[in-house]
Design a protein. Structure first.
Length: 94
């Protein structure tokens, strides 16, 4: 975890790699699966929600080397986190 937290940029094909990149506010590049040039639905949903779909690619492209606008992304992540916590609280109260 320390390597992920301290990284300048993370290159990952995985949902969890992107999640940790967002949590630690790292720049990241999400690599598409080489077999079908696609990503999982939960990964594509996450990238679309935070407006970072352009960071997912099959090959390195210039736009992914630019910094992430965390001032725009952080409020979205905070809202999603809050929704998830609320959902878990409702489930646990049943």
């Amino acid at each position: 975890m320390r390597y992920l937290k301290d990284a300048d940029t993370i290159v990952t094909p995985s949902f969890h790699g992107v999640c940790f990149s967002l949590i630690f506010r790292n720049n990241f590049i999400c690599l598409k699966n080489q077999k079908n040039s696609d990503v999982s639905s939960r990964l594509s949903d996450l990238l679309e929600r935070v407006g970072l779909w352009e960071r997912c690619m099959g090959a390195f492209e210039e736009q992914a080397t630019t910094g992430i606008d965390w001032a725009r992304v952080t409020p979205i992540l905070d809202g999603e986190r809050s929704r998830g916590v609320s959902r878990l609280k409702r489930i646990l109260e049943l």
